[in-house]
Write a protein of this length. Structure first.
Length: 138
């Protein structure tokens, strides 16, 4: 009984750690413009580059489809951002994990847009060890 309780407690602790690792409340705003499948502009924040994914090359039909998918899901929508604290904002924006909003304007942790791009086939997973994110926890 004690061993079973310890395993349950360990499982719950690991689940809480995984949830605590997601910080989609660091920034939020409405998506004003979609540049491509992995870059967009958020009102009051600036440019966002989705972390740990790699989209198709610009000018290809795959790029067009990835951008259209991002526009359908993001343009005019509220997003919540988990911003990488270890990287600086550059020409491509801040490195982030983006979450879509629930109907009540809170982060929907089940709607991780980085993961959605990969699952939909519009980007490939490209884990960057230089940022704070671990896509295996998505």
């Amino acid at each position: 009984m004690g061993l079973r309780l310890s395993r349950t407690a360990l499982f719950l602790l690991l689940a809480l750690v995984a949830l605590a690792a997601s910080r989609p409340d660091e920034a939020s705003g409405v998506v004003l413009q979609v540049l491509d499948g992995e870059s967009f502009e958020v009102q009051g924040f600036g440019l966002v580059k989705l972390a740990d994914i790699d989209g198709p090359a610009m000018g290809t039909m795959e790029w067009v489809h990835a951008r259209e998918y991002a526009m359908e899901n993001l343009l005019g929508s509220q997003v919540f951002l988990d911003v990488d604290q270890g990287s600086e904002t550059n020409l491509y924006g801040s490195i982030c994990v983006a979450y879509l909003a629930n109907a009540n304007c809170t982060p929907n942790l089940a709607k991780n847009f980085n993961k959605m791009m990969v699952k939909a086939g519009f980007a490939r997973l490209k884990d960057d060890p230089e940022n704070e994110f671990d896509p295996s926890r998505w």
